[in-house]
Ligand binder design. Structure first.
Ligand code: 5AD
Ligand code: SF4
Length: 462
């Protein structure tokens, strides 16, 4: 696989300077997963590099970019709703440029819809074309304002050194791989983000060092399936090896990562986490369903038994580890019995946090062809039962943390007036009276109580 290096587009920078008296403003909004948030930070970086400024509201913008998500239908509907609302802005300000990028735009049917029904959308480009945005803007200006709705580009290579504008000085997203080869039958991601491609360990390490040197306290490694990191690279390395490499870096930071596919989460990975204090004691291991029959139909390549073995092993090796998961309710053909198996599984694992989704049919995926006789009302009822069971579990885990003292990273304001909110290693949030402590700092917190899953705490001495 070839690596391309980003180059500053001088012609685009000149065009921006010539067209605008003061720097034009860009509003970039990302929907969906953390990978998309990270892509959004790169879109902003690329725009700053050619002379744009950034703004926080579409009304102030000269360029509006929606970085979209395609994983569920609801996400697509939201994007179309929000794009529709921009028509009025475009009427008031005809020189406004409106663009769509990200996963939705990788689907030809979306481009057709934009062409037919959204004449005020000027640009569309896919997830692999972030570095090409300056060229696209240039092409638009040179053509006298032509609409450029680009067909998705399949790219086998990785573009390194794309400028990035990070939202937070103390929490950094670090993509280590792109794409997914798993083809879970419900999921659109492999179709829109393409093949798995891993960044070279050296490129990951260089960016990691840069983050640590800039004072970043929490670095989250990103990938659709971080556990298959390294496949296809010239040097023999896997995800556990990458973690070891990164943890050898000196500095005051800790590491999180997502997402892990349970089929590829090895015991060696658990051993490495257990041995490395710099890696957080929290594993996001999406199980999707507690029924072996449904797991097979989802093409997940593990059974409930294998999944539970992994959880047991992690519990043994990593004291205090917490788990979170994604669950899909109402996969085509899910019976009451299958759903009951999911409820039983969550009682066994006792997740600290669940991300729950009602199955959403994605055209082009294999599950979209399956009969789906369960009425929506039944799926919603199952979801309500799942959430109720999960609340009780998570409240119980939160309560069990009361009395302990833990390190925590202060993330921002708490919900209650005058408090700050900090995240523990195990991913629980704590509200506390800050004293002189500040956002972005690591502190020791004594946990004094729990309201639901929100912990209450106070600064501990030392
Ligand atoms: N319907 C519902 N949920 C889905 N996910 C992925 N595809 C779908 C779909 N078609 C969920 C999975 C995945 C998470 C990111 O989104 O649980 O882990
Ligand atoms: Fe989708 Fe499965 Fe790949 Fe996750 S592992 S992105 S659920 S296909």
């Amino acid at each position: 696989m070839q690596t391309i290096h980003f180059t500053h587009n001088e012609a685009a920078a000149r065009a921006v300077a010539e067209r605008y008296v003061t720097p034009p403003l860009a509003y970039v909004h990302s929907y969906g997963c953390q990978q998309n948030v990270s892509d959004g930070e790169h879109l902003k970086g690329v725009l700053l590099d050619i002379g744009y400024g950034l703004c926080n509201s579409p009304e102030d913008a000269d360029l509006i970019l929606f970085n979209t998500c395609a994983v569920r239908e609801h996400a697509e509907q939201r994007v179309f709703g929000n794009v529709g609302a921009l028509k009025r802005l475009k009427e008031q300000k005809p020189e406004l440029i409106i663009g769509l990028c990200g996963c939705m735009v990788q689907q030809p049917r979306i481009l057709d819809k934009l062409r037919a029904s959204y004449p005020f959308v000027d640009l569309a480009f896919g997830t692999n074309a972030i570095d090409q945005l300056p060229e696209l803007l240039l092409e638009k200006w040179r053509s006298g304002g032509k609409r450029l709705l680009k067909a998705p580009v399949a790219r086998e290579n990785i573009v390194e050194e794309i400028p990035v504008h990070r939202e937070s000085p103390f929490r950094g997203w670090l993509p280590i791989m792109y794409g997914c080869d798993n083809f879970c039958t419900y999921c659109i991601v492999p179709y829109v983000r393409g093949h798995e491609r891993s960044r070279s360990p050296q490129d990951v390490l260089d960016e990691f060092r840069g983050l640590v040197a800039s004072g970043c306290k929490e670095i989250t490694l990103l990938g659709q399936n971080v556990n298959s990191y390294g496949k296809g690279l010239a040097e023999p390395i896997d995800f556990a090896g990458l973690l070891e490499l990164l943890c050898a870096e000196p500095g005051d930071y800790h590491i999180r990562f997502m997402t892990s596919h349970p089929k590829d989460a090895s015991k060696r990975l658990i051993d490495v986490i257990a041995a490395q204090p710099k890696i957080c004691r929290h594993l996001h291991l999406p199980v999707q369903s507690g029924s072996d029959r449904i797991l097979a139909q989802m093409n997940r390549h593990y059974t409930v038994g294998q999944y539970l073995d992994l959880i047991d092993y992690a519990r043994q090796k990593i004291p205090g580890v917490t788990f979170s998961s994604d669950i899909i309710v109402g996969f085509p053909g899910e019976t009451e019995e299958d759903f009951a198996a999911t409820l039983a599984l969550i009682q066994k694992v006792r997740y600290a946090q669940l991300f729950t989704f009602i199955y959403s049919k994605r055209s082009g995926t294999r599950a979209a062809e399956l009969p789906d006789p369960t009425p929506r009302s039944e799926k919603t009822a199952r979801m309500t039962r799942l959430l109720k069971a999960q609340d009780e579990i998570a409240f119980g885990i939160a309560a069990s943390l009361v009395g302990g003292v833990y390190p925590a990273l202060i993330e921002g304001r708490g919900r209650q007036e005058g408090t700050l909110s900090a995240r523990l290693d195990n991913n629980f949030l704590v509200e506390f009276a800050p004293g002189t402590a500040q956002v972005g700092q690591m502190v020791q917190l004594a946990i004094t109580g729990a309201r639901g899953t929100m912990l209450q705490g106070r600064l501990a001495d030392g």
